[in-house]
Design a protein around this ligand. Structure first.
Ligand code: TXA
Ligand code: MG
Length: 349
């Protein structure tokens, strides 16, 4: 397939180019587009055959459901059986933004979208290109992250091109994404409101509206006996080609542990990659050292993490030793992605 790349600027959207993308969605094709979290791979959410193409292009297991993206709150009505009060409160507070809400699905949604489940995931992205694409197409857009299944989610058009060139109709290049991690997935379909995937909207944000909110334990602990409630969380994700180990705890202890391990690996003839932070970079003299951002503002770390994981795939390293961050606020989402990337190899120091 011939993939067309359309360069569109968020703050000055070229009408001809966005209309070209809209027509592809209307005709059942695939369009990769930027959102504020990561790039999505979009298709008409009411078109079963278009949705099927998404799974094929990504190599995605059919039992992993897709998020429907809307451009207005009114659009939610026909997608769900009912909207509980708490969902309305969350929508009013956090949309558009990085919060995906699970509700009981209506009969209008093809079962391929929800992988046969009776709930549907919905979100309104905070990105002008995404919103115009959705409203112009006049349909909710089904979109998983626009990566090959198992690779880190794309935070730039370059990443999408690496994974999906020749497999989709259009890739919209709208620059780097802001947040850099996928949205928070919040289940409001049952008795207990529960975070199934941590993201840019944190538990600390949500607890103000939902005092009884719970967190799926599988988010923070990799254990084969715990089955995650969100199908996507059960797959090994974001896996770099080389082995990765994450060190968690007091920063001083983290640095000491990574320095010790680096020496050990290097004297054993191994090439070491180190993922550190601006505050600790100066301590590492050996190996390929890349900072993910500053501990004073974890948004910088979230923004860079997936790009760094992809960068290390291009470098010749045998092992990646990564600093961890605290399990609070945005740190929970960062550590969840690191846990997936390392296959659960998080060492407490
Ligand atoms: O930020 C994001 O959410 C990005 C952008 C493109 O919007 N999208 C994204 O989609 O990350 P995806 O497909 O890579 O991740 C969606 C997650 C998966 O873990 C999936 O299993 C879960 O949401 N999910 C979707 N529908 C669900 C459902 N009905 N029940 C439980 N989990 C669901
Ligand atoms: Mg994904």
């Amino acid at each position: 397939m011939n993939t067309k790349i359309l360069k569109i600027t968020e703050n000055n959207i070229d009408e001809d180019l966005i209309n070209e993308a809209i027509n592809v969605i209307k005709n059942g094709g695939l369009v990769a587009f930027p959102t504020e979290t990561v790039y999505g791979l979009g298709a008409n959410g009411f078109d079963q055959w278009a949705a099927e193409k998404i799974f094929i292009a990504k190599g995605r297991p059919q039992d992993n459901p897709l998020i429907l993206h809307v451009s207005s709150i009114e659009q939610v009505g026909e997608l769900v059986r009912e909207i509980p009060k708490v969902a309305i409160e969350c929508i009013e507070r956090f949309w558009p933004g990085p919060l995906t809400i699970l509700l009981k699905k209506s009969d209008k949604i093809p079962s391929i979208i929800t992988a046969g489940l009776d709930t549907v995931a919905i979100r309104m992205p905070e990105h002008k290109i995404a919103l115009e694409l959705i409203s112009g197409s006049n349909t909710p857009i089904a979109a998983p992250s626009a990566n090959t299944s198992g690779r880190p989610s794309p935070t730039s058009a370059k990443h999408v091109i690496e994974d999906l060139m020749g497999k989709v109709d259009i890739i919209i290049d709208g620059g780097d994404t802001g947040i850099g991690l996928e949205s928070t997935v919040l289940d409001l379909s049952g008795e207990t409101p529960m975070i199934l995937r941590p993201g840019g909207v944190t538990k600390e944000d949500l607890i103000k509206i939902i005092p009884n909110i719970e967190v799926d334990f599988a988010i923070i602990k990799e254990d084969e006996n715990i089955v995650p409630k969100s199908p996507g969380q059960k797959y090994r994700h974001y896996a770099p080609k080389s082995e990765m180990v994450v060190y968690s705890g007091d920063v001083e202890n983290i640095v000491r542990a990574i320095l010790e391990k680096t020496e050990e690996y290097i004297s054993g003839g191994k090439n070491v990659g180190i993922i550190c932070t601006d505050e600790t970079k100066e301590f590492y003299k050996d190996g390929i050292v890349i900072s993910m951002g500053t501990r004073k503002d974890e948004k910088t770390i979230a923004h860079n993490l997936f790009n760094i994981l992809r960068l290390f795939d291009e470098k010749n390293v045998d092992i990646i030793l990564s600093e961890g961050v605290d399990f609070s606020f945005l740190g929970v989402a960062i550590m969840n992605r690191m846990m997936k990337a390392s296959g659960g190899k998080i060492i407490e120091v």
